[in-house]
Design a protein around this ligand. Structure first.
Ligand SMILES: Cc1ncc(COP(=O)(O)O)c(C=O)c1O
Length: 440
């Protein structure tokens, strides 16, 4: 079907997320391989966003496709009460790469459902109802997960589920407490969180959720002392620490899981995305031993028709094999250092860059109208102007797909990318940066 006809068909029937339907103008994609995608007219785009930060191993991987075909010949799905070899083996493999004693896996279809089930598990385990989550966070679009979310995507879902309390996390570049750097911001954020929990009644708090590094709200990287401090606070009051590693896991930050950077083991972890790199949907809630022991003789009141889907589990196993075989976690760390160096060079050249934050192949360029005052160019929720819209259009024209929002340009290529491919992509990014410079 030619691109015009296909576009028309799409716009007559397909509903797009998070926008007015009249504003949806999707490029019609046909195929993808490694870090590239091609539209139906044959134009090539570099996928510098790994889809929605999920296609970590890259597109069209032969090893994964073979494993999927083989599983499809055996069985795609059996009821969730049955065991399968792929479900048991994947769970063992996950337990080997997650930190500490996070060894017990409950399967979902994606990140939001993992979060929903973690809320249930925390409330049942502690017998308490309050759930803490951060301003400037995203946890998914289902009822509980969107209530936990600390960005404007939550507003339409308010009032949301009861018992959710928001706290400020650290933000070195733009600290809510007016501090000057990441260390001070972390100390102040920890002090405030302790005070908030104390005033709220620690015995009423079931769990504190965190994205170890904040993802879609700007790759905000906390200090080790902050994350360790939150762990200690949780331990002091019997509160569960829940790390939402939906985006930060699976090598994205240069380690298997982001919590490793801080030397902290959460009580529960939620994840999705890179577990199957998006070849089919899969998410997981992973319990530490104490949570598992509690539910040994208490029912866990959660379940989904597609939990532990056999085809998805086989895809997960093959993904982990690829991460290991192709040394993708190491590549993320090494090339992440290279990406950071190159972005810092761009900062020297482009005055509209206010800050560069990078951990593994997971980076954010934060734009500014004025480096001295750190005044934003677009503002929170585009309160000043929409920069991301025109910027993404320029980058698409250059054949570069990367996610931009407000003052943030996110750079998160598949972990199989090479140095040369990073260089080539950053040349394209510079065309966009010349546009943002022109707005100063
Ligand atoms: C930290 C985090 N949690 C949860 C989600 C929701 O995951 P899903 O869209 O698979 O439900 C996302 C999605 O981007 C995320 O980044």
């Amino acid at each position: 079907m030619n691109s015009e006809k296909l576009f028309q068909l799409d716009r007559e029937h397909v509903v797009y997320s998070w926008k007015n339907q009249k504003d949806a103008a999707p490029i019609m994609m046909e195929k993808a391989d490694r870090i590239y995608m091609w539209d139906v007219d044959g134009k090539r785009y570099t996928d510098f966003s790994s889809g929605l930060l999920n296609v970590n191993i890259g597109h069209n991987n032969e090893h994964v496709k073979k494993a999927m075909r083989e599983q499809m010949e055996k069985v795609c799905y059996v009821g969730t009460g049955f065991g399968t070899e792929v479900k048991a083996v994947l769970s063992k493999m996950i337990s080997e790469v997650t930190p500490g004693d996070l060894d017990y896996v409950f399967y979902t279809n994606g990140g939001a459902e993992a979060v929903e089930n973690a809320i249930k598990a925390a409330r049942a385990y502690t017998g308490r109802h309050k759930i803490y989550s951060r301003w400037r966070s995203y946890h998914g679009a289902t009822a509980g997960a969107i209530t936990l979310t600390g960005d404007p995507r939550r507003w339409a879902a308010e009032p949301g589920i009861p018992g959710v309390v928001k706290y400020f996390g650290p933000y070195g570049y733009n600290c809510p407490f007016g501090t000057e750097n990441a260390e001070e911001s972390g100390q102040k954020a920890l002090e405030m969180l302790k005070t908030q929990v104390m005033l709220d009644g620690p015995h009423t708090v079931a769990a504190i959720f965190m994205e170890p590094i904040v993802g879609t709200n700007g790759i905000i990287i906390p200090t080790e002392s902050y994350v360790k401090g939150v762990r200690e606070l949780c331990d002091e009051y019997g509160i569960l620490l829940i790390a939402d590693e939906t985006m930060s896991g699976w090598g994205r930050s240069g380690k298997w899981f982001c919590m490793e950077h801080f030397g902290v083991v959460p009580d529960i972890m939620t994840t999705a995305k890179g577990v199957t790199s998006g070849y089919v949907p899969l998410g997981c809630m992973i319990w530490s031993k104490k949570i598992w022991e509690y539910f040994w003789d208490h029912p866990f009141m959660g379940g989904l028709t597609y939990g532990g889907h056999a085809l998805a589990c086989a895809t997960g196993i093959a993904n982990i094999e690829v991460y290991k075989e192709d040394k993708l976690i190491e590549n993320s760390e090494n090339l992440g250092n290279y990406l950071e160096k190159k972005l810092l060079e761009l900062k020297e050249k482009h005055p509209s860059i206010g800050d560069v934050r990078c951990k593994g192949l997971w980076a954010c360029v934060e734009l500014t109208a004025d480096r001295k005052t750190k005044a934003p160019l677009a503002g929170f929720n585009n309160s000043i102007r929409n920069v991301a819209g025109p910027l993404m259009k320029i980058l698409y024209d250059e054949g570069l797909y990367t996610f931009c929002k407000w003052d943030f340009i996110f750079l998160s290529p598949p972990l199989c990318i090479t140095r040369e491919e990073i260089d080539e992509s950053l040349e394209k990014l510079e065309v966009g940066l010349r546009y943002t410079d022109s707005l100063l």
